[in-house]
Each structure stands twice: as C-alpha cells, then as structure tokens.
Design a protein around this ligand. Sequence first.
Ligand SMILES: [Zn+2]
Length: 199
Amino acid sequence: MTNDQGAIATLQEELAKLPGIGPKSAERIAHFLLSGDREAAVTLGDALRQVVEKVRPCKECFNLCEGEMCPICRDPRRDAGSICVVETPRDVALFERTGSHRGLYHVLGGRLAPLDGFGPDRLTLSALAQRVRRGGVREVILATSPTLEGDGTALYASNLLAGTGVAITKLARGLPSGSSLELANPQMLADAFDGRRTL
Ligand SMILES: [Zn+2]
C-alpha cells in the first residue's frame, strides 16, 4: 500500500514539474492516467521513452531531430546561404510556422546570462562561427529574444562573426520587449523577420 501511494505521489511530483502544470492539474492528470484501462498511461510512457531515445540535436544546426541531421538541413530546396540564429528548437518551430524564412537555422541552446554563470561556452556559438567560415553563407539573421540577455547574445554573436564578410541582420523591434519569441503571434514574428535590419 505504501508503495502504491509512493508511486502516485512520485508521478504527481514529476507532472507538476512540467511547464504550466500546478499541483492540482498534476493530481487530475495522475488520476486520469490511472483510471479505466490505463491505455493512455502506457501509450504516454512509450512516447516519452521513444522521444528520449530517438531525439538528438542535429549535427549541423542543433535543432532537435531523429537521426544525424534534421529535415530542414537535409532539404535541398532550403537556401543554405541564409542562417537564422535562434535560442531554442521551439523558436525554429515558431519561424517555420510563419513561412518567412526559406534558409537554414542555427540553435544556440539558450542565451548568454553572465550573472548566472551561463557563458559563451555553454552555447553553440563556436559551431556557428565554424559554419559561417566554411563559406557559402551570405546572411546571418540574429533572431534572439527581445530581452537584455537576448540582445547581449546577439551582440556577442555579431562580434564573433565580424570580419567573416557575411551580412549580419537582426529582427526588427515591435516584438513585445522583455519576453520570449513564443509570445509573439505568427504575423508579428513574420513582420519582425521581414523588417530585419543590418547590424
Ligand atoms: Zn539541422
């Protein structure tokens, strides 16, 4: 009996760690998963295991994908001369939804936060510099979040790429300042992309 209670408590604790889920929702989800034939719980468990086992960063752009390289990097119709630099794989999905960018991406894996000890070595900045130096790139679009840390990250990246000869552009303002790109609707994001300016 204590074991069963322990398992439910553990499940609720883990569910409550997920974004947007508080203790009450965690309790509701746990009881839903344990009700009926429990098919949903088994399917969810399998899906979680699969995603952990199969999904890796793309070796070129660090977007999440199954296999070595993501579908965007593998797509010959994408413009390899234009690289949109974003913080997270989630941002790639946001830009893909706008349909504005026909080039490739580079996922940094976060943004610089010097006060929290999150320095340049924690991001994929040197891989970005290598990609650009390899040639064939005309434009690097810095699409970091409109926050102090996002701006600092963009500035660091533009300094890193200075002298490579590529055009470095940044998203237009007009996005809600101090927030993440997720909060912008697709049209706002498309406008910011189309209105990007050279640094
Ligand atoms: Zn990729």
